[in-house]
Each structure stands twice: as structure tokens, then as C-alpha cells.
Design a binder for this molecule. Structure first.
Ligand code: URP
Ligand code: ZN
Ligand code: ZN
Length: 460
């Protein structure tokens, strides 16, 4: 059935204008003034509303075996929540443990998503070891449509790689035209500092950020980018949280190292005092890298304005407070790391970014959609509104007023890190390839309709 979005104000990363959008099949086929609806078309009246390209979250965890437990969402619950919040494409971290081969991991993650996701999806392929089988398997995975890898400098024993593995992964990525996304924290420093804190009886959630201060992250960034400089690989720092790490990334960029930077909605809006809340409440806010001193927030917003920070993700990693976060009640190193926010990213960016004047509307679209599509070989199929693009559209009502609460969220987790936060504006209609998949915060789409997005390598 054709879809017509009428009377809206289209906003892309570079343009803003009034026009109707007509979609046939799964794509946008006409953008014009005063398009009339053919019989049988679904018509959405977007008068007084903004129309954005579907948002892309470049860093989520839906299926995540981690720290002795599993993240709570499935592709069914996670994609519903994503769509309700205006995110129409997910890029998930495929994270096999070091015991598993890459290919087995890729197949496992695919099996979690195919036939279950309501929105489109792809993966950053986690390289969590590099043995004699790895290169062949990674080549196979790239041929199957993956054009980005993920490596962890932290979490040794689970996902973390050593320097030989890091070098080989980057060298292969350079050959294949694959961009390498990286979690940058120096694992040795984390382990030493954690042991010291625990030995001193400091076990509460507020110690988590003491165990991995900004220099631990900056060292990780510098470390990765030294290897990137020597191999020539293109890199992408995930969840960058602080000034020190940004300075290390920008210094490398100045030297000609190919590096892009992602920050998270959590780092832009929350600070480390949340993780220091009493009665173990702080555990809700434990993630890695940790929430930082509030002074870093303005630096990250400025980085977005200046185009130095390229994207805003969620690193959605939902663990229940009641029976999962509590695993670290007497030892902060055992609190499953992660702060869920998949459903809230766009509403928060709009309310606390655009409405406060920290970023403009084009920057919002750029960092939450267009840049992601460009970096990860999805553009212009995704990430913009133009003829021939997938009809992934977000009609956004700037007049909506509401409050975030775990009671009303679709994410399958028992708390919200943004409980009680006021929201000004939300998606009223969200489409995936021409089908209306969410209305007014509620899912209306089709489970299993989400496609795996095959992506081509690019030579950066
Ligand atoms: O704390 C976090 N970030 N949890 C998810 C795993 C990761 O490091 O991305
Ligand atoms: Zn990470
Ligand atoms: Zn992550």
C-alpha cells in the first residue's frame, strides 16, 4: 500500500523545507508540494510536525551474554522500543566469547535477529580472538555483508584482545576496507585499580568510576590509534566519554590517523554523581567507560557542534536492577555494565540538545542518522530523505509534552536511568520501508519484517 506523508517540514542533515513525501513499495518515489493521495494510500498528516530520516543507532546490545548473565531485551522487545523512539535501524555489537569462533558467533547473532526484528539491523563483527581460523572466517563474514569489526581493549578473558590480535585485526581490516570500532580502556589499569579499591573495602557502585578514570580511557584511545597509524586502518572509537579521550583522538586525527568518534546520550546528560547514589541505587548507572565529571558534558556537546564528535549512540545494554545489577551488591566489579536508553535517545537529544540550543536540528539528524549511515556503508539507502532511499521516516511532534518512566517504556528492563525526566517532543509516526511501525510511542509494526542490511566495504 502506498504511503503519503503530507504537510510536514522535512529536516535532513543539510536541508529544511516543506514538502510531501510519497512512498511506493519500500522506497521514497516522490518529494513534492501538494501530492494527492491515490485510492488506498495510507496518509499521514504531518502538519505542524517535522519529518526526519529514520534514526540509526550505531551501537546497541540486544543479545549480550556478559558478566555472568544476559542482557534483557530480545530482538522483539528491543526493536519495538527502538521504533517507538524513532530508531529504524540497529547496528548491534556481535560479541562472541573467546571460546567461540567468529563464524559461529555471527551465525548465533543472526539467529537472534532474523525473523524476530521489526526494524532493519546489521552488526559490527566482534573480533574477540585472532587464531589461525580467524582471517578466513572474517573474510567470509565480510563477504556476507558486514563492513565493520569491533574490538575490545577492556574485558580481558571475555572479549578483550591482546596487542598481537589487535595489530592483526587492524591490518586485515585495512586490506578488506573494513572500519574497526573499538572499546578503548586500558585493562591492566582497570584490573590493578579495582583490586586496590576492593582490598581497601571500597565495594560500592561509586567506586566503579574510580577504577577507570579518564586517563584509563585516554590511554586506550592513544593505544588503539598508535596501532591504527601503523596499519593505516580506519577506526571508530565507541562510547567516548571525556575530554582526555577526545584530546587523544583529535591529536591522532591531526596526525592523519583515520578515526571517528561516537559519544552516548548518557555521557551528554548524566554524570558520575548518579553512580554515587546511596542504597546501591548507583548500580543503575554503572557502565564502562563510566559516567564522568559533569564538566565533560559541555565538551562533548561542543564536539558535536564542531563536527569533531561524529555520532551519538546509546550502547543500549539492559540489565534489570532487581536481580542482575544486584549481583554486584558487595563488589562493584560484578555489577553488569550498561545503562539502557534505546527508546529515549532521540527524544532526549531533541529536548536537551535542540530545545536548549546546544545543537541545531541538522546536527541532530547528522549525528543520529546521516553520519552513521555514511560511516557504516548504509548511505544513501538509509540516513537521508531523497528519491530512491528506503522509506524510513520519523514524523516528529514538537508539541508533545511527557515524562520518561520505566512504567511506560517498551524496553524490557525494570528501571529507567531517566526516570521522571521531562520530554518536549516525540515521534508521532515512524515508518520502516513504507510500513507504519510506531504511532505515539506505541509499536504498530510487524515482528520479523526487519531486514539484515548487507553492507559493502569502503576505502576510507
Ligand atoms: O557498560 C557498557 N558499555 N556495557 C556494554 C558493553 C560495552 O562495553 O559496550
Ligand atoms: Zn564497550
Ligand atoms: Zn557496547
Amino acid at each position: 500500500m502506498p504511503l503519503l506523508i503530507k504537510n510536514g517540514e522535512i529536516v535532513t542533515a543539510s536541508e529544511r523545507y516543506h514538502a510531501d513525501i510519497y512512498c511506493e513499495g519500500e522506497t521514497i518515489t516522490r518529494i513534492d508540494r501538494d501530492i494527492s493521495a491515490p485510492p488506498g494510500a495510507t496518509v499521514v498528516d504531518a502538519a505542524g510536525q517535522l519529518v526526519f530520516p529514520g534514526f540509526i543507532d550505531p551501537h546497541v546490545h540486544i543479545y549480550l551474554p556478559f558478566m555472568g548473565t544476559y542482557s534483557k531485551d530480545t530482538y522483539e522487545t528491543g526493536s519495538k522500543a527502538a521504533l517507538a523512539g524513532g530508531t529504524t535501524t540497529l547496528i548491534e555489537m556481535c560479541c562472541p566469547s573467546r571460546q567461540d569462533d567468529a563464524l559461529k558467533g555471527f551465525e548465533l547473532w543472526m539467529s537472534q535477529a532474523v525473523g524476530k526484528s521489526a526494524c532493519d539491523f546489521t552488526f559490527h563483527m566482534g573480533v574477540t580472538k585472532y587464531d589461525s581460523a580467524t582471517e578466513g572466517q572474517l573474510r567470509e563474514i565480510v563477504a556476507a555483508g558486514i563492513s565493520s569489526f569491533k574490538i575490545f581493549l577492556a574485558y580481558k578473558g571475555a572479549f578483550g584482545v591482546d596487542d598481537t590480535e589487535l595489530y592483526r585485526t587492524l591490518a586485515l581490516a585495512k586490506k578488506l576496507g573494513v572500519i574497526v570500532t573499538a572499546h578503548c580502556e586500558n585493562e591492566t589499569l582497570v584490573a590493578e585499580r579495582s583490586a586496590q579499591l576492593l582490598a581497601a573495602g571500597k565495594t560500592d557502585p561509586g567506586q566503579h568510576h574510580e577504577s577507570r578514570p579518564p586517563l584509563v580511557e585516554a590511554e586506550g584511545v592513544h593505544h588503539l590509534l598508535t596501532f591504527a597509524e601503523l596499519t593505516g586502518a580506519a577506526t571508530y572509537i565507541v562510547h567516548l566519554s571525556c575530554q582526555e579521550a577526545l584530546a587523544a583522538a583529535l591529536a591522532a586525527r591531526q596526525r592523519g590517523v583515520k578515526v571517528s568518534v561516537e559519544t552516548l546520550i548518557q555521557y551528554l546528560l548524566l554524570d558520575k554523581s548518579y553512580a554515587e547514589r546511596p542504597e546501591f541505587e548507583g548500580a543503575k548507572f554503572v557502565m564502562s567507560p563510566p559516567l564522568r565529571d559533569a564538566r565533560n558534558q559541555e565538551i562533548l556537546w561542543q564536539g558535536l557542534r564542531d563536527g569533531l564528535v561524529n555520532t551519538v549512540a546509546t550502547d543500549h545494554a539492559p540489565f534489570d536492577f532487581s536481580d542482575q545489577k544486584v549481583m554486584g551488591k558487595n563488589d562493584f566489579t560484578k555489577i553488569p555494565n550498561g545503562i539502557p536508553s534505546l527508546e529515549e535517545r532521540i527524544k532526549l537529544l531533541y529536548t536537551y540538545g535542540v530545545k536548549t540550543g546546544r545543537i541545531d536540528l541538522h546536527t541532530l539528524v547528522n549525528v543520529a542518522s546521516t553520519q552513521v549511515a555514511k560511516l557504516f556503508s548504509l548511505f544513501p539507502r538509509k540516513g537521508t530523505i531523497q528519491l530512491g532511499a528506503d522509506a524510513d521516516l520519523v514524523v516528529f511532534d514538537p508539541n508533545y509534552r511527557g515524562t520518561i518512566s520505566a512504567k511506560t517504556q517498551l524496553m524490557n528492563v525494570d528501571y529507567s536511568a531517566f526516570e521522571g525526566w521531562k520530554i518536549e517532543g516525540r515521534p508521532s509516526v515512524v515508518t520502516v520501508r513504507g510500513e507504519v511501525a510506531a504511532r505515539d510511542g506505541q509499536f504498530t509494526g510487524t515482528i520479523g519484517r526487519g531486514n539484515f542490511l548487507e553492507r559493502e566495504p569502503q576505502h576510507f
